[in-house]
Design a protein around this ligand. Structure first.
Ligand SMILES: *[C@@H]1O[C@H](CO)[C@@H](O)[C@H](O)[C@H]1NC(C)=O
Ligand SMILES: *[C@@H]1O[C@H](CO)[C@@H](O)[C@H](O)[C@H]1NC(C)=O
Ligand SMILES: *[C@@H]1O[C@H](CO)[C@@H](O)[C@H](O)[C@H]1NC(C)=O
Ligand SMILES: [Zn+2]
Length: 526
C-alpha cells in the first residue's frame, strides 16, 4: 500500500490573478490508497474478441442493427412529468472517451452514451471565451448567458457588483424555480459544496461565486446584510427555501466560526448563524416532514414520506470516490437515489439537478485518474436515475458546463491501459496517452536537456499529476463544445450544435413549465 500526500495552495494565486479556478481554499492533507480501483478495468482482450472484429460481417451487422434500432424509435411527445439534469462538471468529450477505456475498453459505453439523442453545447460566456462554472450554470439552468464568476444574474451584472446584483430586474430564474411556480418539487445533488458555483445556479443570484458565506462577502469589503451570501440564499431565498432536496458537501458555509460540525470541523460564518438549525426551524414552522442527515447511514435510512431533505456530508467538498470513507460518505449514485425517492413522494412531478462536481477539480490538478473515476461514478448515478424512472414521463438530460485541456491521443494499441504510454516521441523518449495543455503536471527539462519522462510506476498512482505543456498551478477549463445526451419526452429536440442557454428552455418546454412557450395541446400535436 502506498500513501501519497498533497497540498493545494491555489487560493492566493486565484486572488492575485482573479483567475476562475474553482478551488479557492486550502484543502486538508489527504491520504489515499492506490490499490482501490473499483471502476478501473485493465484487461487483455480474448482471442475471441479479437477475431470477432477481424471479420467484416461483425461491423456490417453491428451497423445494420444500429440503423434498425434508429428506425424503430418513436418520438416521445409526452409532457415530461419529471426532468433530471445531470451535469458532469468539466466533463469534456476526451474525458468521456478516455473513461470508456478506464471502465473496460474503447468499445464500452457510459450509461448516457446509450441515450437516443445527442447534440453539442457551445459554452462561451458573455465576457469570456472559456466558461467558468458560474456563468455556465446561469446558462444551462437559467437560460441566459452571463459574465464569468456571476450566478443567476444577467450580464448586466459585472463581477462583484453588489448593487447590480440586488436589482431584481437582473435576476435570472432557474428551471427549478419554474417547476416550483407550477407546484412541482425540486432538488439538487452534488459532491462539491452545495454552495459551489454549479449547484448555486439552481437557487442563487450573486455577482460573485466565492461569496459562499458572509465571511467571503466581508473579505471583498462588502456588507453581507445587503450583499447576501450564497448559503443564506439557499436557506432563505425564494428558490432555495422551496427545494425539497439539498444533498452535498459544504457544512462550514452554514455554521459559525465558534461551532464545530459533527465531524469536528469548524464553521466559517462570521454572523454567528447556524443555518442548519435555521433550516430545521423553518421546516418545523411550515409543518412539513423534514430530515437533516450528515452521513451515509442516515441517508440510506431516510423515510419515504420525508418531504424536505437536507444532507451535508462534508465540511467542504466531498472526498473523491477513490478516497472516500465508504462507511460514512455516500456515493453520487446513493445521493441520487435518495433524492429521487423523496422527490417522487409527491405526484406533482419534479426537477432534479445532479452534479458530478469532482471531475472538474481533479482535472484542475491534472489528476487524470481521479477525473476518469469521477466520470465513471457520474455514469453510475445516471444509471440509478434510469432504473428509478420511466422513459415515458421522465426527461433525462446529461451535459457538461465546459471542457478541460486533457487530450487523449497518440497511437496506442487497442486495449491499452489508458494510464500508459502512447509510443515514442521524436526525441526517442516515451510519451503518454493522456496529456494536458497546461497545469501543475508541467515538468521542466532535466539537466541533461532531456525531457523528464514519468515512470510507469508514477503513472499508476492515483495522485499522479499528468504531463502538462505549460506550467500553471491550476489547469484551466477548455473552450471546446461539450456533449448533450437526452432521453425521454422531447429528447429529440436536444440535437445539433446549440447555444448552452437553450437547454433549460427546451427542458421547460418539454415539462410545460415554460413562460415563453406555454403548453397548449396544439403545440404538442406539432
Ligand atoms: C496482458 O498480457 C500481457 C502480455 O501477455 C501481460 O504481460 C499482462 O500481464 C496482461 N495483462 C492483464 C491485465 O492480464
Ligand atoms: C454597478 O452597477 C451599477 C448599476 O447596476 C452601476 O451604476 C455601477 O456603475 C456599477 N459599479 C461598478 C463598479 O461597475
Ligand atoms: C420506500 O420506497 C421504496 C421504493 O420507492 C421501497 O422499496 C421501500 O420498501 C419503501 N420503504 C418503506 C419503509 O416503505
Ligand atoms: Zn473548474
Amino acid at each position: 500500500m502506498m500513501f501519497v500526500c498533497y497540498l493545494l495552495f491555489i487560493g492566493l494565486y486565484v486572488q492575485v490573478l482573479g483567475h476562475p479556478a474553482e478551488i479557492n481554499e486550502i484543502e486538508e492533507e489527504v491520504e489515499f490508497d492506490v490499490d482501490a480501483f473499483p471502476n478501473r478495468v485493465v484487461r487483455n482482450r480474448t482471442q475471441e474478441e479479437i477475431d470477432k472484429e477481424i471479420r467484416k460481417d461483425y461491423w456490417i451487422n453491428h451497423a445494420t442493427m444500429t440503423i434498425q434500432e434508429k428506425l424503430s424509435r418513436k418520438l416521445n411527445r409526452n409532457t415530461a412529468k419529471n426532468v433530471i439534469l445531470f451535469l458532469g462538471d468539466g466533463m469534456s468529450i476526451p474525458t468521456v472517451a478516455a473513461t470508456r477505456v478506464y471502465i473496460g475498453g474503447e468499445e464500452k459505453e457510459l450509461t448516457f452514451e446509450k441515450f437516443p439523442f445527442t447534440g453539442l453545447s457551445k459554452t462561451y460566456c458573455v465576457d469570456h471565451q472559456t466558461a467558468d462554472s458560474a456563468c455556465s450554470a446561469t446558462a444551462y439552468l437559467g437560460g441566459v448567458k452571463a459574465n464569468l464568476g456571476t450566478i443567476g444574474v444577467s450580464a448586466a451584472v459585472s463581477k462583484k457588483n453588489c448593487t447590480a446584483m440586488n436589482d431584481p430586474e437582473n435576476h435570472v430564474d432557474s428551471i427549478a424555480r419554474l417547476f416550483q411556480l407550477k407546484g412541482k418539487r425540486s432538488g439538487l445533488v452534488t459532491n462539491t459544496k452545495v454552495t459551489h458555483a454549479s449547484p448555486a445556479g439552481v437557487y442563487a443570484h450573486t455577482a460573485y461565486r466565492n461569496w459562499e458565506s458572509d465571511t467571503s462577502v466581508l473579505k471583498s469589503g462588502l456588507d453581507p446584510t445587503t450583499c447576501q451570501d450564497i448559503a443564506r440564499q439557499l436557506i432563505f431565498g425564494d428558490t432555495g427555501k422551496n427545494l425539497q432536496v439539498i444533498l452535498g458537501g459544504g457544512r462550514k458555509k452554514f455554521l459559525p466560526k465558534e461551532e464545530v460540525d459533527e465531524e469536528g470541523k469548524r464553521g466559517e460564518r462570521s454572523d454567528g448563524a447556524n443555518l442548519i438549525e435555521e433550516w430545521k426551524k423553518q421546516k418545523e414552522r411550515a409543518g412539513v416532514r423534514f430530515e437533516y442527515v450528515w452521513n451515509r447511514e442516515q441517508l440510506l435510512h431516510v423515510q419515504n414520506d420525508t418531504e424536505y431533505l437536507l444532507g451535508l456530508f462534508s465540511s467542504s467538498h466531498m472526498d473523491y470516490n477513490l478516497e472516500r470513507d465508504r462507511d460514512s460518505d455516500p456515493s453520487l449514485a446513493e445521493m441520487t437515489e435518495a433524492a429521487i425517492r423523496v422527490l417522487s413522494g409527491g405526484d406533482e412531478g419534479f426537477f432534479l439537478f445532479v452534479e458530478g462536481g469532482r471531475i472538474d477539480t481533479a482535472h484542475h490538478d491534472t489528476f487524470a485518474q481521479k477525473a476518469l473515476d469521477e466520470t465513471a461514478e457520474f455514469s453510475k448515478a445516471v444509471q440509478m436515475a434510469l432504473e428509478m424512472t420511466d422513459e415515458e414521463d421522465t426527461l433525462i438530460v446529461v451535459t457538461s458546463d465546459h471542457a478541460h485541456t486533457m487530450s487523449y491521443a497518440g497511437y496506442a494499441g487497442r486495449g491499452s491501459d489508458i494510464f500508459g504510454y502512447a509510443g515514442e516521441a521524436s526525441d526517442r523518449n516515451l510519451y503518454t496517452i493522456l496529456n494536458y495543455a497546461n497545469g501543475p503536471g508541467y515538468r521542466p527539462l532535466m539537466e541533461t536537456g532531456q525531457r523528464s519522462v514519468p515512470t510507469a510506476d508514477e503513472m499508476n498512482q492515483v495522485g499522479f499529476k499528468w504531463p502538462s505543456t505549460y506550467p500553471l498551478q491550476s489547469e484551466t477549463h477548455g473552450a471546446d463544445d461539450v456533449g448533450v445526451y437526452a432521453r425521454g419526452p422531447w429528447s429529440h429536440l436536444f440535437t445539433g450544435v446549440m447555444e448552452e442557454n437553450v437547454l433549460p428552455h427546451l427542458m421547460a418546454f418539454a415539462a410545460c413549465v415554460s413562460r415563453e412557450l406555454p403548453c397548449d395541446s396544439s403545440k404538442k400535436e406539432a
